[in-house]
Unconditional design. Structure first.
Ligand code: PMP
Length: 293
């Protein structure tokens, strides 16, 4: 079903409009110059997991792109909740986004208005559920996460996804589910829409998020793992080290906790740590696990 031809409602600049009428002009600044930031959230049993954390990140991303959102955090939170409710979603995905409009055309943005919208839809599993249990196969991307001096890499901004789309498309063409990206220094960074974790000798290792998104799921899983008594080491990881790890998994609001069975020539076994964190996360997001923090 194409995304512009569905039933339902989209919250657009403060009002609900019929799904098919939520349109923008072709000369929208964001479409030409990537002046756009967004969030991706999941609704579990009628509740958006970590809603306000996502909304705060949306505001931070907008600020990093010099955009002032003409709403408050509370208003965007309410818009997200109401969109999910209006769409009748007990389980689903919520996409709030903010962009510069069609008021001006050119690199400079002076005179443009900042718009905001929220859409929500059903989105069962990011990866094929059968493949997810066995562990997904990941290829290597030729693109590198850029230096924070090159781009505001802390923002969840459309422009940062150009190389993610190129990487994921290339990986899928080669039969992989996703791609691992290194950073500008050659360290292991993340996948195209998820953070990455490894296990060696019972210890969890994950790259330092100093040039890519410090995911909300990443932080949740680190808390979960430490609460379960595991050591979690955040550090720079060299690609040669992939050979030493026994387990690997990726995390993201859409990807949740997904075990990895292969990265190129390296093979991993979805083991106790990956599978128990996958299970803990699934229970936590549904309110079925009370984590003492
Ligand atoms: N990295 C990238 C590039 C992403 O798109 C995402 C998904 N938003 C993540 C990491 C994970 O972030 P989160 O756990 O906050 O969804």
């Amino acid at each position: 079903m194409p995304f512009d031809d569905r039933d339902g409602w989209i919250w657009l600049d403060g009002q609900f409009v019929p799904w098919r009428d939520a349109k923008i002009h072709v000369l929208t600044h964001a479409l030409h110059y990537a002046s756009s930031v967004f969030e991706g959230e999941r609704i579990y049993e009628g509740r958006i997991f970590k809603l306000t954390e996502h909304t705060r990140r949306l505001f931070r991303s907008a600020e990093l792109l010099d955009m002032t959102i003409p709403f408050t955090v509370e208003e965007i939170d309410a818009a997200c909740r109401e969109t999910g409710e209006r769409m009748g979603l007990r389980d689903g995905y919520v996409r709030p986004f903010v962009w510069r409009g069609a008021e001006v055309m050119g690199v400079a943005s002076k005179g443009s208005r900042v718009h905001a919208a929220v859409a929500a839809w059903e989105w069962p599993s990011y990866f094929d559920p059968e493949e997810k249990k066995k562990g997904i196969r990941i290829g290597r991307s030729k693109w590198r996460r850029p230096s924070p001096e090159t781009i505001p890499s802390e923002a969840k901004a459309a422009g940062l996804y150009m190389i993610c789309t190129l990487s994921k498309d290339a990986a899928e063409r080669e039969g992989y589910a996703d791609a691992l990206m290194l950073d500008y220094r050659g360290y292991v960074a993340e996948c195209t829409g998820a953070n990455i974790f490894f296990v060696k000798d019972g210890v969890i290792h994950t790259p330092l998020p100093d040039c890519f998104l410090n995911g909300i799921t990443r932080l949740t899983v680190i808390d979960l793992a430490r609460w379960r008594g595991f050591d979690v080491v955040e550090r720079h990881i060299r690609p040669e080290e992939l050979a030493d790890f026994t387990e690997c998994f990726i995390t993201g609001s859409a990807a949740e906790v997904t075990p990895v069975s292969e990265i190129g020539e390296h093979v991993f076994k979805p083991g106790n740590i990956s599978l128990s964190l996958m299970d803990d996360y699934a229970r936590l997001v549904r309110g079925a696990l009370a984590m003492a923090t």
